[in-house]
Ligand binder design. Sequence first.
Ligand code: SF4
Ligand code: SF4
Ligand code: FES
Length: 356
Amino acid sequence: MSEQLPPQGVRLDSGEFTGIDPRIFTTSPARSPQIPTAPRARAGGTVEMTIDGTPVTVPGDFTILEACRAQGVDIPTLCTLSTLTPEGVCRMCVVDTGSRALTPSCSARVGQGMTVWTDNERVRHSRKLVLELLASSVDVDLAGPELPDGSIARYMAEYGADPARFGPPSAPAPAGARDAAEAGHHSAPDGSVAERVAQPVKVDNPLFVRDYAKCILCYKCVEACGSDAQNTFAISVAGRGFAARVSTEFDVGLAESACVFCGNCINVCPTGALMFRSEYELRQAGEWRDEDQSVTRTICPYCGVGCTLELHVQDNRIVKVLSPLDAQVTSGNLCVKGRFGFDFVQVRAKGSDREA
Ligand code: SF4
Ligand code: SF4
Ligand code: FES
């Protein structure tokens, strides 16, 4: 091969060298004349089924959750979101379809003749236990189905969940201990305390913090960072069983990882485990006041894509930037500039008498 390469200084496309067809290197392959199209819609038609004893007709491509919600039936969820592929991991949304195991309604499709019970004893018992296991091991004070708004408390009350019955909480793990756990290496708990995922907050960059003591392992951040939106794959779930945790590769800091600081993971985190540094610091100082904040929708000023921003403002300062999931252009996803590049707004010209 080497004698086929051009002498130094001779360009492949100069015409002076004929050893290799220069088009191999200088011409893009012809594009397919076929215009890419969106994947075909799922099978259409309708199915007849029964929800809580009521016969209904629903589109055949609905999930059980969509079918129930279309009938006004409230089903609690934690790990599902309209913009993400359902992972079916939290098991809050289970319903009874008469099969041996309860069915996660967020990820199972409706079927012809299906019978669904959304609130019988079996379902309520399962949801209660899920809530108790979560709340005994994770700080779920801020958790909600879609946003960290604390609305999980409503489910706790509704299902009579009592996480304290597993005993007093275990001591928090020292920094790095949970990240060092190896898959398959377990030590038996002594049963006197409720095991927790508590550990110090990871503050390794100026933009956002990761407080995995609040992580319910819903996978939403992993999906948003991966193939559902960002395709960066900076984070994934490492470890097994109780040692499972969201991690960068080899647990390196975010700045050393593949992370591009788009913050799309924060936008989907339902527990506050991923949080703007500005929000985290205000909460630490006891100065975070939801009730005093305004939320303004506007368009990102940085480029022509035109992403929709939701500016959360407290005391005349932008404290958090989210993006609505129903934004047509980006479905709630932003880049680092739209998400975090707002400090300039607070800078006033020298001599300005306007409040900073
Ligand atoms: S900020 Fe973006 S790139 Fe970084 S972990 Fe979150 S989703 Fe992935
Ligand atoms: S960090 Fe948030 S979004 Fe990610 S798995 Fe944990 S709770 Fe879910
Ligand atoms: S919402 Fe269905 S399994 Fe989590």
